[in-house]
Each structure stands twice: as C-alpha cells, then as structure tokens.
Design a protein around this ligand. Structure first.
Ligand SMILES: C[S@@+](CC[C@H](N)C(=O)[O-])C[C@H]1O[C@@H](n2cnc3c(N)ncnc32)[C@H](O)[C@@H]1O
Length: 332
C-alpha cells in the first residue's frame, strides 16, 4: 500500500539529481519549477500547488481537490481492484495483441498510485510502460524495470511526447482534475501521441450521487465546489463525444457498468464483496473533500461526518448503483 513517507524520501534524493527522462520517449521540459510542497489540513495532505484549501475565496490555481497522501493512495488501490474485478480486465480496447509485441508503448495519464501501470508492465513484459501524474507519489525504485513514472501536468499542452508514440494511451478517473474547457483539447492530444492502429481509452465515474435528501444536498455542495474550480462533474457523460470529435480518432466504442452499493438477496459472494468495495471507495473518496469543506466553513468537521453517515444510510436505503463508463477509440 502507499507509503508517502518513503515516497517523500525517495523524492528528496531524486530532487537533488537532474530530472531523468524516459530513454525512448523524450520529456522536453521540467514540470515543476520548484520541488513540490505539501500542506496538511484536517489530518490530510495535499500538494500545495493544488491550492486545495482556497478558504480565502480566491480562485484555486488548479482544479484537482483530492489529497495526495497514504489514505488516498490506499483508496486508489482499492478502487483499482474494484474496477479490475468488475471488468475482469485492466482495459476494454482490443489492443492486447499489440501490447504483446516487443517495444510496444503504453501511457497511463493521471496514473495516481501507479498500480495500473505496474500491473500492465508485469502483464506485458515486452512493452515499455509510462505513468504520468501531477503528484509524484508513485514508487521510484520498487517497480517493474519496463515502467517509468514522470511528473507531468496534463493540462500543460502539448504533452512532452512525439506524435504517434504510444500503442495504448489510457486515462481513468480524471473528472476532478480537468477543467471543462480543457477536456476536448486533452483528448485530442491523447489521440495525437497514439500510433495509427493504437487505442485511446477513457474511463470516468458518474459522480451525481442523488436520490435522497441529504445525498442531494451533499452532492450539490461538492459539485458546486468542483464547478467553482472549473471542473465538469458530468464529464463521464461526454467522454464518448470527446473521442468522436477528436480529429485523430475513429468511431469510439462504449461500455457502461453499474455496481451495487448494497448487495441483494440473490447476490453471489463475489457481488457481496464488490458492493463492500463500492461503499468503501465512496466513503473514502468523499472524505477527501472534508478539508476543503471545513476550510470553506461550509460545515464543521462534526457536521461533515454526520452528513457522510446520513448519505451512506440513504444510499443503502435507495439501493444506489455506482456507474462507470469506459470508451475507447482507434487512432486513424
Ligand atoms: C482519482 S485519481 C485516479 C488515478 C488513476 N488514474 C486510477 O484510476 O487509479 C486522479 C489522479 O489525477 C491526477 N491529476 C489531477 N490533475 C492532474 C493534472 N492536471 N495533471 C496530471 N495528473 C493530474 C491526481 O494527482 C490523481 O493522481
């Protein structure tokens, strides 16, 4: 599981050396002008340049709102296993045979903990895998040899890769990290760096948790925070459109999943476990908003916890279904 302390000390060592670029894919520029700084609030740690705690009412410089700490890394691992279990695969695009060939290249955009990239590097040992993220929280030494991580802000276009570099470019759960007006240009960019015949795959959750009074209120509150930062809470509904509109990509395919928050009487043991993961992921994810909501004085810490409990009860009562959409398209 994530260990921010060891990652921090790895970073401190790494920061003394010039940034090393992947050997075959050039990273043209450093992304951070300074070393990343961290701030702590309500027991959670954020990258300071997220300006997550914009309590003074100033517009946040970056859109992403979630912490960058051990708890979040653990949640990202949990969420990864939940999705891998649901899909019984790490991807939907028909790209397996390409990835089995020597020198195939895979890019994970907004790779978070790096778990998907690590599994892909293990599953496709002949491929070279790259993971990029704003937060340098990925392991720098204990990882497969064919995997490299780099710190890249994906809103800073163009991305530091040549045209037609990758066989597979995948971006999952960036709904909180991309401004509405940047989505199309980022998806176009993912198309540009994909090889003809290769694939771009996007996966996003429906974060409209509605259907009961506290849930509606809570969702309205956190979505207005996202919107104030320029994020689009409905990006999952638009990923198919973004892929279709890209000049680089052919007609996309789509897969929709609905995962139960509460098991039913006929649920199998596996479905019961899956629903427990859905509940844990939801609770841990929403808890990440607590510092910003408390800092903005929208709620006290106690009130926030009470709302979260009530939302959890309501989701159980209404038999909430977590929705995830995956869309993929081939580079022309
Ligand atoms: C919810 S996590 C998803 C992580 C991973 N894709 C997964 O599915 O496990 C979102 C990730 O996007 C990263 N992120 C947010 N804004 C970003 C940006 N502008 N550039 C690069 N990464 C960003 C965050 O640091 C975080 O690791």
């Amino acid at each position: 599981m994530g260990n921010l302390c060891s990652n921090l000390s790895e970073r401190e060592t790494a920061d003394k050396k010039p940034a090393s670029a992947p050997s075959t894919v050039p990273i043209n520029r450093p992304v951070f002008e300074k070393n990343p700084q961290y701030v702590s609030e309500e027991g959670r740690t954020f990258l300071a340049h997220y300006n997550a705690l914009d309590a003074d009412g100033k517009q946040a410089s970056r859109v992403y709102t979630l912490p960058s700490d051990d708890v979040e890394i653990d949640r990202l691992h949990l969420q990864h296993y939940l999705l891998r279990f649901e899909y019984q695969s790490n991807f939907c695009a028909p790209v397996r045979s390409r990835l089995e060939k020597p020198a195939a290249k895979i890019l994970d955009v907004g790779c978070g903990s790096g778990i998907w990239a690590m599994e892909m590097a293990t599953d496709f040992p002949l491929a070279q895998v790259y993971g990029i993220d704003l937060a340098p929280v990925q392991p720098s030494s204990i990882k497969p040899k064919n995997l490299e991580f780099a710190t890249v802000d994906i809103t800073n276009l163009p991305l530091p890769y040549e045209d037609a570099t990758f066989d597979f470019v995948r971006m999952r759960f960036l709904v909180l990290g991309i401004k509405a007006e940047h989505w199309q240009s980022i998806v176009n960019e993912l198309g540009r760096i994909t090889k003809p015949g290769g694939y771009v795959e996007l996966c996003e959750p429906n974060i409209n948790f509605v259907g009961a009074p506290t849930l509606d209120m809570f969702t309205g509150m956190f979505q207005s925070i996202l919107q104030a930062r320029g994020a689009d809470p409905n990006s999952y509904q638009k990923i198919h459109q973004y892929l279709s509109t890209s000049p680089y990509l052919s007609t996309p395919s789509q897969d929709n999943r609905r995962m139960p928050y509460r098991p039913t009487e006929t649920s199998s043991p596996d479905q019961i476990k899956l629903s427990k993961l859905v509940r844990d992921d939801w609770r841990m994810g929403l808890s990440g908003f607590k510092p910003i909501i408390v800092a903005k004085k929208i709620a006290t810490p106690e009130q926030f916890d009470e709302w979260l409990e009530q939302c959890a009860r309501e989701m159980w009562e209404i038999g909430y279904m977590a929705e995830v959409r995956t869309c993929w398209a081939m580079r022309k």
